[in-house]
Design a protein around this ligand. Structure first.
Ligand SMILES: Nc1ncnc2c1ncn2[C@@H]1O[C@H](COP(=O)(O)OP(=O)(O)O)[C@@H](O)[C@H]1O
Ligand SMILES: [Mg+2]
Length: 426
């Protein structure tokens, strides 16, 4: 099933109220009244809405009080119950609550026949009794501020599923990296050491950054990207790196991403006093300390693994060196399908065949070009009331592909193949 979940916006109010109202008649009740729900929505309390084909199919809302939050209502449109919308909504809602420093989330559901008669006599009005579910989130504490200072954040929960195709890489990363980190106890029982640092290498635009973000999303860990250029602004890059990692050490769990790591960990060369030398040395010193803590992963990405200092790549530092290449036909099909979704007349096989060596970024570029020409043609349509326009056609896509120079050349593929033989460790 396909749906999107977005943050509640003001113009969702009528739809959400309608959902709450109509689903209450179906027995999806709440201890919070409709008025309270509206109050929370208009008071900008956290809420999320699930949408399918432009129509709202579910909503979840909460209200917070300090470290505590109440899930006020999860309303699921008829026909969408039991399909996972409610749990998806709850997960998204929880992420927002945790970001607001909430530690205890309670969900009070009405349940019949839990109360004795005794309270009546004491003047109580009988109301359906409550089944009280509570979940304790790990302490966010001061690390929320720290995370903000480091420019880190929790990413949306669905990035992993959004990585189209790349099944071989996905499966490998899932088995070697995600699962041992997500299931540390089970991994320990099998003597599997969760990785602490990995490097992704491959030509530009193949999805290295995308994978790094998807891993963080999948683990539900905050994502902190260290930008060497920004750290260098502070003057001494080596000292800034040391300082950044010291602060990262105080976070409970985190994925740290360094893109284009060859810029700071290049071969040190002959001049031991050079700045690059000092920075590479600093990183070499930092990684062992970083590796000692649980629940953290350093992901470095590079387009040029061969220019990295060999000491940097030695086994004690990186658990895995994972090649991320250009997508195969299956992956390209999946990626093209994403852009041509809802247009059954587009011949995906033709596009896949015409886009060999294209990276996902190239495909994105070509798809955007095709959409743009279709859009312009539609604007130029002479007569109002002409037939409804259905989007880019196979011909539009092929024209865009023809006008697009793939980022990756055959020579780069040869280099990459050689790099896999020399450097890959998976
Ligand atoms: N597997 C994929 N499915 C869909 N889009 C992808 C995929 N991999 C990459 N992309 C898209 O291609 C672009 C380039 O990817 P990126 O991760 O930045 O590449 P890299 O970091 O290797 O240079 C991004 O816009 C990204 O969204
Ligand atoms: Mg990148």
């Amino acid at each position: 099933m396909n749906w999107l979940i977005h943050d509640y916006r003001e113009d969702d109010l009528a739809t959400v109220v309608h959902l709450i109202d109509t689903t209450a008649e179906l027995g999806q009740e709440s201890v919070f009244s409709l008025a309270e729900c509206i109050g929370a929505l208009t008071g900008r309390q956290p809420a999320v809405v699930a949408v399918h084909d432009g129509a709202a199919i579910g909503a979840a809302l909460a209200c917070t009080a300090g470290e505590r939050a109440w899930v006020m209502r999860i309303a699921i449109a008829p026909g969408w119950r039991g399909l996972g919308v409610a749990s998806a909504l709850l997960r998204e809602l929880e992420r927002r609550l945790v970001a607001l420093r909430v530690r205890r989330i309670a969900y009070v559901l009405p349940e019949e026949e839990l109360l004795g008669e005794g309270l009546h006599n004491a003047g109580y009005t009988r109301r359906p009794a409550a089944a009280y579910f509570e979940k304790t989130e790990p302490a966010a504490g001061p690390s929320v501020d720290l995370l903000e200072e480091l420019g880190g954040r929790l990413l949306p929960g669905d990035l992993w599923d959004k990585v189209a195709g790349m099944e071989a890489e996905k499966s490998l990363i899932e088995r070697r990296i995600v699962l041992p980190l997500a299931e540390p106890e089970l991994a320990a029982r099998h003597g599997v050491q969760p990785p602490r640092a990995i490097a992704l290498f491959g030509p530009p635009g193949t999805g290295k950054t995308t994978f790094a973000r998807a891993i963080a999303s999948r683990l539900g860990w905050p994502f902190v990207e260290l930008l060497p250029s920004r750290l260098a602004d502070q003057g001494n890059l080596a000292a800034a790196l040391r300082e950044a990692f010291a602060r990262i050490g105080a976070l409970e769990r985190v994925l740290v991403f360094i893109d284009e790591v060859e810029e700071i960990a290049a071969v040190r060369g002959d001049r031991p006093d050079s700045a690059a030398h000092g920075i590479t040395n600093e990183l070499l010193k930092i990684i062992p300390g970083f590796r000692e803590q649980d629940e953290r992963l350093l992901v470095c990405a590079t387009n040029s693994v061969r220019s990295l200092d060999p000491a940097f790549l030695r086994p004690g530092r990186f658990d895995y060196l994972v090649p991320i290449g250009t997508p195969d036909a299956a992956a390209r099909t999946a990626i093209w399908r994403r852009y041509a979704a809802g247009r059954p007349d587009v011949d995906l096989d033709v596009l896949v065949g015409a886009s060999e060596l294209f990276t996902p970024a190239d495909i994105e570029h070509a798809a955007r070009g095709a959409a743009q020409s279709a859009f312009e043609r539609d604007l130029a349509r002479p007569l109002p009331g002409a037939p409804e326009f259905a989007g880019a056609t196979t011909a539009d896509y092929l024209a865009a592909i023809a006008g697009c120079r793939p980022t990756v050349t055959p020579a780069m593929i040869d280099e990459f193949t050689a790099d896999i033989a020399t450097h890959a460790r998976i």
